[in-house]
Design a protein around this ligand. Structure first.
Ligand code: FMN
Length: 308
């Protein structure tokens, strides 16, 4: 069986630029950031910018909301233009939960069923749900049964409860009990190719999705594939990291303009410079520079120095 490896959704990270880089480096598919279903319906410009561009392939458009009418209308509209819509049923952020969205959908599984049914009824194409083990305890078997009964095509599970947030460890084994009748993916604490292999073994899933471990480290997708298929993998050289770093920056500039791009790139610097010499100092200076040419020169010098 060929396992699939995807880029997990991350609000504030998985934009067009980062998706493109990850897909080029071996991710089989990627997610958008989570997009408000309500925002889509009021045609909010900021919200629309989160949607995939016309040349993008293999991207799941993730929406969040709580109202079945709003979610199903948004899903119907999206499915006219995109082949894959995903529902967020796992986000633990307080503001989201308070509105009954994201992970709050797991508080009442009959309500979850109602929402999923409404969406499925009105949309064509691939429909996935990204969820967690449960609200405050492991109820994944019941959740999974609801999703399958209501016609969901792909399931992603972050192997923690909503209440857990990011604390404790992801419980990959908790997914081993599922009778995986549709492609089922495990998420949580996959920071290395070895983690991915173990998560697959313990969960019995069809694939993994990687979130934090891919930030500034898009090589992880190919590395996972190589470990699974060839038994080993390579680390990129500093100059290979440099090239991707600059490419990422240029894509961000193209999509968002210089000022925004520099700010966005700051979130990725730690990832790209992990374990490198003098990285702390480099990051500090990077956070302050506002001139792109100066910045590029500094970036080049930093990575070049790593080679000696
Ligand atoms: C900064 C950040 C933003 C996230 N945004 C989303 C999101 O928009 N939608 C979603 O379903 N999950 C979101 N997640 C959860 C991830 O997709 C993933 O399930 C979780 O981080 C566990 O995987 P990891 O250990 O590989 O990071 C986010 C996680 C992080 C760290």
């Amino acid at each position: 069986m060929r396992f699939e490896i995807g880029l997990a959704p991350m609000a504030g990270y998985t934009d067009r630029a980062f998706r493109k880089i990850c897909l080029e480096f071996g991710a089989d598919f990627a997610f958008t950031e989570m997009i408000s279903a309500k925002g889509l319906l009021v045609a909010c410009e900021k919200t629309k910018n989160l949607l995939p561009g016309p040349d993008e392939r293999n991207v799941a458009v993730q929406i969040f909301g709580s109202d079945p009418d709003v979610l199903s209308t948004a899903a119907e509209e999206l499915s006219k233009e995109f082949s894959w819509v995903d529902l967020n049923a796992g986000c633990p952020v307080r503001k989201v939960i308070r509105r009954g969205e994201g992970g709050a959908l797991l508080r009442d599984l009959e309500r979850l069923r109602y929402v999923v049914r409404a969406m499925r009824k009105r949309m064509n194409g691939r429909f996935s749900v990204k969820t967690r083990l449960g609200w405050d305890r492991n109820e994944i078997e019941r959740i999974y049964a609801v999703l399958i009964e209501e016609g969901v095509n792909v399931v992603f599970v972050h192997a923690r409860t909503v209440v857990q947030g990011f604390s404790g460890r992801a419980d990959w084994k908790a997914l081993s009990v599922l009778d995986k009748v549709v492609p089922t993916f495990v998420s949580g604490d996959i920071f290395s190719p070895e983690d991915a292999r173990r998560a697959l073994e313990e969960s019995g899933c069809h694939g993994v999705i990687v979130a934090r471990g891919a930030i500034g480290n898009p090589w992880i997708f190919k590395q996972i594939r190589d470990l699974l298929e060839k038994g080993g993998y390579e680390e990129p050289s500093p100059m290979q990291v440099y090239e991707v770093f600059v490419k990422h920056l240029e894509l961000l500039i193209e999509n968002k303009g210089e000022e925004k791009a520099l700010k966005e790139m700051r979130k990725f610097v730690a990832g790209y410079t992990k374990k490198m010499r003098n990285a702390k100092k480099f990051r500090e200076v990077f956070m302050k520079i506002e001139n792109v040419d100066l910045l590029k020169e500094m970036v080049y010098n930093f990575f070049k120095e790593q080679e000696v």
